[in-house]
Write a protein that binds this ligand. Structure first.
Ligand code: ADP
Ligand code: MG
Length: 543
């Protein structure tokens, strides 16, 4: 699967769907999955480090490619101890393609972000107030998926925190991904708990210092001279007060409290000391879509009541129109500053890929056309850098699987098809049931070799499918709408043709690979119950 966190909206590119038609089952399924990959690195990460003398051959199975050749030699020499049947040997013996695959993954935050200097500077110029102890304006960042919003925001926040530590200015950045943390309760609870933990650590440090001061001053009161305390009792009292405070911070449970109590907890925890807090709400459109704009309303009003601290909000949205749904007060407060991330063009994507490829791949592992082609494909896909990186990584994996010495143009084309198919499968899998039934009807007709399928034919088969699984039967009008939706998603192609005096009709055809799509549909438990659907379709010709 591709990264999965995107609502992919561009779905109607005819060329793309035509590409996916030629897919074979083989290249669709045989690539290692993200999961198996992660397991792999976890195992090696948790393996204890051994000294040379302790090393036994099986320990030297490290995916870090620089070790690979030598460990392989060790293994092959030591034939007496080799009890494996060689399942992995073939795979390991190919020339390694990757130097460090991790840098191509979405989770990696690059230190350099070419072609985002302007946006990054704009954000920094606004946030620098925080380092002067002033409240920065709220910022709203817009741009389509894969335009570098999250990466830039994280980069700026790391810089900001590092600088604030350097100059000892109390400034915190809190990053929240609202796709995961998607209700007001969760956002506030997460913020509250972060600050509570932080406050407790601060108190802990202070208490440790005071305890040791208390001990010293009992034998020698001179140590109090440089402090605010005049006697050991003073110190003791202060310790008691702080311990009381520490006890008063109660962690917010993940559910159960009334929201206003969660809000007060957060409020008190932030205001515990002087500081400027920048709250980054990534995928803010998802939060508003799911739970309305209450969170933003409450957060944007906080400053008028906070005594010691100040809060500033940075919202990041993939949806350019999401502010239409906001309360006008929230809208104007949140959008004090707006920064747009435009899509990358093919040349910019080339640069981005080039930088990453230098770290990710072995020298000479990429043939000349690989990066330009990845860039070109991703530029068609609204200039999505995530897509470009996915393509490059998948192409590398395909080359690795083929055990070739280098990644070739063909691997990129296969990668493009694979990613496209993964996306189709995901879209089909998450269709509402009625749409699945309509799509199933179209598939059954295509399997019967029916060309230029019309709406009436789809409707007839659809109706029988519904009867078979006891589903409600929608009207033909609604089914026509569902067909149009499938068309918009790029799953079918529906063209309106004129039938002269008989009016106009739609001619429908499937624009995704039939077998894989059918496979996804029958894996739906209810549709899977439709046994041997063929006779239905036959029946159509009898009517
Ligand atoms: P968005 O948040 O806009 O959807 P991301 O910031 O998550 O996009 O970027 C998608 C992927 O592309 C990430 O892996 C990111 O590291 C990479 N990326 C985006 N822009 C750049 C850039 N200018 N330079 C290097 N990598 C980039
Ligand atoms: Mg993002």
């Amino acid at each position: 699967m591709t990264d999965g966190d995107e609502s992919e909206d561009e779905y109607t590119d005819d060329e793309q769907s035509a590409d996916t038609r030629n897919l074979t089952a083989e290249n669709a399924t045989s690539i290692e999955t993200e999961d198996s990959d992660q397991n792999n690195s976890e195992i090696t990460r948790s393996a204890p480090e051994k000294t040379d003398s302790e090393k036994i051959p099986s320990d030297s199975f490290s995916p870090r490619t620089e070790d690979r050749t030598s460990s392989l030699d060790d293994l092959l020499e030591d034939e007496t101890e080799d009890t494996s049947s060689g399942l992995f040997d073939d795979l390991l013996s190919g020339e390694p393609i990757f130097e460090n695959k991790e840098v191509l993954r979405p989770s990696y935050t690059p230190r350099k972000l070419p072609h985002r200097e302007e946006q990054i500077n704009n954000i920094a110029t606004i946030l620098v107030s925080a380092l002067r102890g002033d409240t920065p304006s709220n910022i709203l960042i817009y741009g389509k998926t894969g335009t570098g919003k999250t990466a830039s925001a994280k980069f700026v926040s790391e810089e900001l925190e590092a600088t604030s530590q350097k100059y000892e200015v109390p400034c915190d950045v809190q990053y929240i991904n609202c796709e995961v943390t998607d209700t007001q309760y969760r956002v506030l609870a997460q913020l509250a708990n972060t600050f509570i933990t932080q406050n407790q650590a601060i108190l802990e440090d202070e208490l440790t210092d005071l305890e040791s001061l208390f001990e010293q001053c009992q034998t020698d009161t001179a140590v109090l001279e440089e402090t605010q305390f005049s006697s050991p009792t003073d110190v003791r009292e202060r310790i008691d007060t702080l311990e009381g405070k520490r006890g008063s911070f109660e962690e917010v449970p993940m559910t159960g409290w009334p929201t206003d109590r969660v809000y007060s907890s957060f409020f008190e925890a932030v205001d515990f000391r002087e500081r400027v807090v920048v709250i980054m709400l990534d995928e803010i459109d998802k939060l508003v879509e799911k739970s309305g704009d209450d969170t933003l309303y409450n957060l944007s009003r906080m400053n008028s009541e906070l005594e010691r601290s100040r809060v500033s909000i940075m919202g990041i949205s993939n949806d350019l129109k999401f502010t239409d749904f906001l309360d006008p007060r929230v809208k104007s407060s949140l959008g004090e500053e707006e920064i747009v991330f435009p899509p990358y063009d093919a040349n910019q994507l080339r640069d981005i890929l080039q930088h990453r490829a230098e770290v990710a791949f072995k020298d000479g592992a990429l043939t000349e056309d690989v990066i330009p082609l990845c860039a070109a494909f991703a530029a068609q896909e609204h200039g999505d850098a995530r897509r470009a990186l996915d393509l490059l990584r998948t192409a590398g994996e395909l080359a690795e699987r083929d055990q070739t010495d280098d990644v070739q143009e063909e691997h990129v084309r296969q990668a493009q098809e694979k990613i496209e198919l993964d996306r189709v499968i995901e879209v089909v899998r998450t269709l509402p049931q009625q749409s699945k039934l309509v799509l199933f009807a179209i598939i059954l007709l295509e399997k019967q070799g029916v060309h230029n399928i019309n709406t009436g034919e789809v409707f007839n088969i659809y109706k029988r499918l519904c009867e078979e699984i006891d589903a409600d039967v929608l009207t033909q009008r609604r089914v026509t709408d569902l067909i149009s939706e499938l068309d918009m998603l790029g799953i079918v192609n529906a063209v309106v043709v004129s039938k002269g005096r008989y009016g106009r009709t739609k001619e429908i055809s499937l624009s995704v690979p039939l077998e894989e799509t059918e496979g996804v549909l029958v894996s739906d438990s209810r549709l899977g119950d439709i046994e041997d659907a063929q006779p239905f379709v036959q029946a159509r010709f009898d009517n």
